[in-house]
Design a protein around this ligand. Sequence first.
Ligand SMILES: NC(=O)c1ccc[n+]([C@@H]2O[C@H](COP(=O)([O-])OP(=O)(O)OC[C@H]3O[C@@H](n4cnc5c(N)ncnc54)[C@H](O)[C@@H]3O)[C@@H](O)[C@H]2O)c1
Ligand SMILES: O=C(O)[C@H](O)COP(=O)(O)O
Length: 526
Amino acid sequence: MAYVLVTDGIKEDGLQPLLNESTIQCDIGSLNEFSDRLNQYEALLVRSATKVTAEVLNQMPNLKIVARAGVGVDNIDLDAATKRGVIVVNAPDGNTISTTEHTFAMIASLVRNIPQGTSSLKSGKWMRKDYVGTELYGKTLGIVGMGRIGTELSRRARAFGMNVAVFDPFLTNDRAQKLDVESVEFDHLLDVADIITVHTPLTDKTRGLLNEETIARTKKGVFLINCARGGIIDEKALIPYLDSGHIGGVALDVFESEPPEHNHPLLGYDQVIVTPHLGASTKEAQLNVAAQVADEVLYFLQDKPIRNAINLPGFSKEEYEKIKPYYELTRKMGSILSQCMKSAVNLVEVSYAGKLTELDTAILTRNLMASFLKSRLDTTVNEVNAPSIARERGITYGEKHSSETHGYSNLISVTVQGDKETFSLQGTYIKEYGDRITQLNGFDIDFHPQGHLLYIQHNDRPGVIGNVGKVLGEHEINIATMQVGRKTAGGEAIMMLSFDSELPKNIEETLESVQDIVKVEQIGGV
Ligand SMILES: NC(=O)c1ccc[n+]([C@@H]2O[C@H](COP(=O)([O-])OP(=O)(O)OC[C@H]3O[C@@H](n4cnc5c(N)ncnc54)[C@H](O)[C@@H]3O)[C@@H](O)[C@H]2O)c1
Ligand SMILES: O=C(O)[C@H](O)COP(=O)(O)O
């Protein structure tokens, strides 16, 4: 039974696939409510209210996946999760339309004084001349961040006859042209926009993007909107410009600290309209994000591909189907290399050839590295934390695509370098035969990496193979398969033997005492 904790009131209608799965037990509530059982959960589903800190992660030693039913993952300590090997997924597009519509509603409300007019009329006043608005038609909307929400917003703005100026370092001219928007530098956007709306994540670069200095460049009467993350517009910096009348109005759905304090200075301004982080709060968005994360968690628990991992390379279902056969192979190659190479390692080079060059192989390299490191460490190592663990241990690794297929339709070649030795391995996947190791340390060989293996380096002399059989026979060890390889007659040679069960611990020493045997390594549990 897998245990899953669902927090933050994620919409249960969308969670049905997870709730209906008989092998999964879902508890619904807060971290506090289930504090005595946190150690049992493998998956945690959250919105933005639950803070998944390093401390929370420590209380959940079994946790393998955190799923964020929404976009922003700033409530999750990504570094701590990644170090621990916990996958973090989100639902990147489930609330895009709702947040776009909310932003547009905020813009329209702001320029036409709708909230102010509502509250004034409800308080018994009829103040038509105090609430003269501004048309959107013909005005310039400045969008900072042209991702999912920025893009959808630009379409709506164009439909309202607005000009759209966009600043996003990743926006190509071609895309800007297709979307009928003008791609500009940030300073230029500040100069020309009548309304500025931010749609970036909150990062070191975007924190305080609109600050005292940058707001000073904006047009007099500018309207500023933040429906992305509190802090992209510096809240304090707004105050002098609201006081002087430079800013025409501000609309905020998000705050530097949520909820903002009751006496937050911005809440006192009539030109500031606010909502309590409602961008994604529609029935449709909540159903979408719940269904997306439920699928991701279910897939993960069933060993199927997940699509929206934040701390893993992403791939589609189709790409996963293509990459799947090589997954086992890279895992086995990592394990064999780690066990054959006993000394300290400083470099791992992986090369992909043939059909593999058409695929995004980053996940295979991470898988190989995770398997390589796992045999050497007693902490959890997986594709998520393998890069940081390798870095911590001073192991550099890299991958390349090559044209050297050696006649195979696909080929993975790995070289592991240490201070004292180098070890290399080549493997391929053949539909009819499965995984095959085709070369080991430069020796051509052909074996299926499975079960308990024995790797023997020896001199190519008559009787060595017989002696190995004799020693193993004396220990009542039955050989399942045996492959030999050599470079030249009478030179260095290797044997790879497989067995149905584990071998006695001291068998290497016994075999190493046989004449002409140079080195023996047991490779367990491949
Ligand atoms: N208010 C809400 O309820 C709500 C709902 C959903 C999303 N959001 C927030 O809205 C924001 C946008 O979401 P999205 O789904 O469109 O994200 P996205 O990842 O699709 O888009 C973000 C865009 O910002 C751009 N960007 C990054 N750094 C930049 C910089 N320094 N200057 C200019 N552009 C930069 C990126 O290139 C990208 O195109 C996020 O902060 C998200 O958390 C809020
Ligand atoms: O990042 C998001 O998806 C939004 O901020 C919405 O967050 P919420 O669903 O937790 O309100």
